[in-house]
Design a protein around this ligand. Structure first.
Ligand SMILES: Cc1cc2nc3c(=O)[nH]c(=O)nc-3n(C[C@H](O)[C@H](O)[C@H](O)COP(=O)(O)O)c2cc1C
Length: 191
């Protein structure tokens, strides 16, 4: 079983990565394979609304010059998907929004693409905006027949500088519980 996580932050080794790795630790304890994909440094463009994915129905986006099809492949191959984004002006990063729009349209054009996968959203903010981020990410996950996992508090933490989230004990605990819950659900659905 495998979980792939997408880090939408502009910082590869920032707080979002630290939080996702906390979730990964718990998944790995349960023997679940993990892969972290950094979206930083590999620009992807937004959806052009060409609607070719509906005509082709080949589980691909017609825009071939960026990594979106590689990301779709990784999602298809995994049983679990984590979307992580810091709050940028109280919403997801530009990279994460582009991913949602591009993958989302391909998933609508190819019914069942993400069905019954286990999904989770993770967010971090200096102070405000994580609820909006989780709202955007969860709405995406809930659109395609995925099972969305929670923790014992919303899947968020606080921090500005890299490493700040490690001082947020409750946030770290939330990620660990999320990892345990995700492992449990994955085993029930795909074990
Ligand atoms: C362009 C930009 C916009 C941001 N907007 C917000 C915001 O709206 N609310 C907030 O609390 N923090 C905001 N922040 C702070 C980040 O959410 C915070 O530094 C977070 O820890 C970054 O996560 P990362 O280390 O994974 O990149 C912003 C940071 C940047 C670079």
């Amino acid at each position: 079983m495998k979980v792939v996580a997408f880090n939408g932050s502009a910082r590869k080794e920032g707080n979002t990565t630290i939080l996702i790795n906390q979730v990964f630790e718990e998944l790995e304890k349960e023997g679940i394979e993990t892969e972290l994909v950094h979206m930083a440094g590999k620009p992807i463009r937004g959806c052009t609304a060409c609607m070719e994915c509906f005509a082709n129905q080949d589980k691909r986006c017609v825009i071939k010059k960026d990594a979106v099809n590689e990301y779709i492949e990784k999602m298809i191959d995994a049983q679990g998907i984590i979307l992580g984004s810091p709050a940028y002006f109280a919403t997801v990063t530009t990279e994460m929004k582009a991913l949602i729009d591009r993958v989302g349209l391909v998933a609508f054009a190819n019914p069942g693409l993400l069905e019954q996968k286990v999904g989770a959203a993770v967010s971090v903010a200096r102070r405000a905006g994580s609820f909006s981020v989780l709202d955007v990410l969860n709405r995406f996950l809930l659109c395609f027949g995925m099972y969305v996992v929670g923790s014992n508090y919303p899947n968020m933490s606080i921090g500005l500088d890299i490493g700040d989230v490690l001082k947020d004990e409750e946030g770290i605990r939330t990620m660990k519980v999320l990892g345990g819950n995700m492992a449990g659900l994955l085993k029930k659905v795909h074990g």
